[in-house]
Design a protein around this ligand. Structure first.
Ligand code: NAD
Length: 400
């Protein structure tokens, strides 16, 4: 079949296998272009890495950085849809198949578990796999983004919401389908919605993972763990930093402190890693973000500081995780969002923000780049891929 994008609102319901593979290759090439990777400081190069949420966005970039920067064996966990003869698989499925193929060609161990990371069964399966194949883990990356979580003990299903706290919030918003700049009003979250968002996107599951791995004795001395967050600035605070998702992310700070104490006996550490805003399946669903990103892209490109997931992860590994002088703030969070949050960049974005209209969208922002990056997430619009070719959606993968 000929595979063309099927976009519905802020999601694309199909993916292109060769396009996804080409994306993975490009990310590997970026990591390799920055070699050699020589860890300085207290932590040696990671030999075995577990990435939870490894198939797309920041988790995939983490896995690629670990393997192609440091030669690390990886176990990846994700929740992705396999293809059938008539329907494509999800992008994360194709990304992971391509990643495993590339790792195998490089002679580096890579296995993946396609399952619900929030469940106890998945944690047990991961531990069995580590015991059987890897021994002990040196780095645990926690990079889940999910709208839902089933509590592993009670079975209750919790949903996260993207809502302000306190008052309703009206802001400029871009409809990415119609390219119209209008307004969006988001009603404030109830206390219950705040609590359920913390339950899904807070630190509880990260702690459950580290507890389970620790009890099973599969964490190495000097193990590090990192979970990702976004802080942002004035324009995004009402819908992100100071909103329901921000509350959940504050809970990550609490969890990081607890995990740091817990891992001290292993001479290990736990940190929240603050990353910049990028286009991913998770961020495209957040109101305000597409317009903010379109303007940010224009400003950061002009400054020559534009970065995507892989550039961020390359810096997180070299400037935070495996260095003697980590970029770290007073709350002990790793920071690689400093280019986005620089006062000059933020001032420029804030100056453009009130001026943008549907008519001048393409002059004042780089919506074209936003759109191209969105489609790329699903393997579309990637250079060198023949999109007119008859393509089978079936790609073999040996996920567990
Ligand atoms: P993403 O949607 O690209 O990736 C989410 C990953 O989680 C995928 O691998 C998916 O398969 C996996 N996943 C979701 N539910 C799962 C489940 N039940 N079981 C197993 N795997 C599951 O998201 P992303 O934007 O890369 O986000 C990753 C982290 O980075 C999140 O914590 C997010 O808040 C943070 N972050 C994102 C941005 C941004 O702009 N996108 C910025 C800073 C921080």
């Amino acid at each position: 079949m000929v595979i063309s994008p099927k976009v519905r609102g802020f999601i694309c319901t199909n993916a292109h296998p060769q396009g996804c593979a080409a994306n993975v290759k490009a990310q590997i090439a970026h990591i390799q272009s920055k070699a050699p990777y020589e860890p300085k400081g207290q932590y040696a190069a990671p030999k075995n890495v577990l990435v939870i949420g490894a198939s797309t966005g920041y988790g995939l970039a983490s896995r690629i950085a670990a393997t192609f920067g440091y030669g690390a064996a990886t176990l990846g966990v994700f929740f992705e849809k396999p293809p059938t003869e008539r329907k494509t698989g999800s992008a994360g499925y194709y990304n992971s198949a391509a990643f495993e193929q590339a790792a195998s060609e490089a002679g580096i161990y890579a296995k993946s578990i396609n399952g619900d990371a929030f469940s106890t069964a998945c944690k047990e399966q991961v531990i069995e796999q580590i015991k059987a194949d890897m021994g002990k883990i040196d780095l645990v990356v926690y990079s889940l983004a999910s709208p839902r979580r089933q509590d592993p003990v009670t079975g209750e299903v919790y949903s996260s919401t993207l809502k302000p706290i306190g008052d309703s919030y009206t802001a400029k918003n871009l409809n990415t389908d119609t390219q119209e700049v209008g307004e969006v009003t988001v009603e404030p979250a109830s206390d219950e919605e705040i609590a359920t968002t913390v339950k899904v996107m807070g630190g509880e599951d990260w702690e459950l993972w580290i507890n389970a791995l620790s009890e099973a004795g599969v964490l190495n001395e000097g193990v590090q763990t990192v979970a990702y967050t976004y802080l942002g600035e004035k324009l995004t605070w009402p819908i992100y930093g100071h909103a329901t998702i921000g509350k959940a992310k504050e809970d990550l700070d609490r969890a990081a402190n607890a995990l740091r104490d817990q891992l001290a006996s292993l001479k290990g550490s736990a940190h929240v890693g603050v990353l910049k805003a990028v286009v991913t399946q998770a961020s495209s669903a957040i109101p305000v973000m597409p317009l903010y990103l379109s303007i940010l892209f224009k400003v950061m490109q002009e400054e020559g500081t534009h970065e995507g997931c892989i550039e961020q992860l390359q810096r997180l590994f070299t400037e935070c995780l495996y260095t003697d002088a980590p970029r770290i703030d007073e709350q002990q969070r790793f920071r690689v969002d400093e280019l986005e949050l620089s006062p000059e960049i933020q001032a420029k974005v804030e100056a453009i923000w009130p001026q943008v209209t549907s008519e001048n969208l393409n002059d004042l922002s780089d919506f074209a780049l936003y759109q191209a990056e969105f489609l790329r997430l699903f393997g579309f619009g990637v250079e060198g891929v023949d999109y007119d070719a008859d393509t089978t959606p079936l790609v073999e993968a040996n996920f567990l």
